[in-house]
Write a protein that binds this ligand. Structure first.
Ligand SMILES: [Fe+2]
Length: 216
């Protein structure tokens, strides 16, 4: 049974254009449980709501995040950009995919990590993020800049770090398949001079560390 955020089920209910004299209400912070049907969400095609565990294709993932990023009326009322820590919200979870909405304040970043063998795709809804790609030894080999409108994907052995190095906030939407595979982080003993994982002070980096389910 998929879990889906109410904002994706009834996006019109939080469409700013429909808010007149009444202030916009905070979105329901919890995820609702729904049975899959073609009417569950106008933003999520039914094939993404399947219960059985299997891996989707990269084109599927990119199509999904691109469509969601284009639906600004759905994510705009939800997203937050918090200077204290990277903000994230899971939009939905099924047997085949999980999707996250992430708000990046300038300077925020992840640790270097992989996705435990999952395929992934992200769509940049606003702003710019950099992706530091790494080799199997967890060392950064190149950096790709992803501006708003881009939707890169990555394979099962991909290792990377995502960073907002721009002057403004960024918003991204991420999909992973299969879902809920535990992320793996660069071993702590690799954090030696020349292999720095963070340009931010340790206390800040610690507060921004990914939790098990908050993958990017
Ligand atoms: Fe990631």
């Amino acid at each position: 049974m998929p879990l889906i955020h109410p904002a994706l089920i009834h996006p019109a209910l939080i469409h700013p254009a429909l808010v007149t004299s009444a202030p916009l209400q905070p979105p329901v912070p919890l995820i609702s449980s729904m049975r899959p049907s073609s009417s569950v969400s106008p933003l999520v095609p039914e094939r993404f709501l399947a219960d059985e565990t299997r891996r989707l294709s990269l084109p599927d993932l990119r199509e999904l995040v691109t469509g969601l990023a284009a639906a600004e009326y759905a994510w705009r009322p939800l997203v937050r950009h918090d200077p204290r820590q990277r903000w994230y919200l899971r939009l939905f979870l099924s047997g085949v995919v999980e999707v996250w909405l992430i708000g990046w304040y300038p300077g925020q970043q992840t640790e270097i990590h992989d996705h435990g063998g999952a395929l992934g795709a992200l769509a940049v809804a606003e702003g710019i993020v950099d992706e530091d790609e790494c080799g199997p030894d967890w060392v950064v080999t190149r950096t790709r800049r992803h501006p708003a409108g881009s939707h890169p994907g990555f394979g099962a052995d991909h290792v990377h770090r995502v960073v907002n190095r721009g002057p403004g906030a960024a918003t991204t939407i991420h999909a992973y398949s299969p879902p809920e595979l535990p992320l793996r982080y660069r071993p702590a003993d690799d954090r030696r001079p020349g292999h720095s994982v963070s340009a931010t002070p340790p206390a800040v980096a610690q507060s921004q560390a990914l939790t098990a389910g908050a993958g990017v």
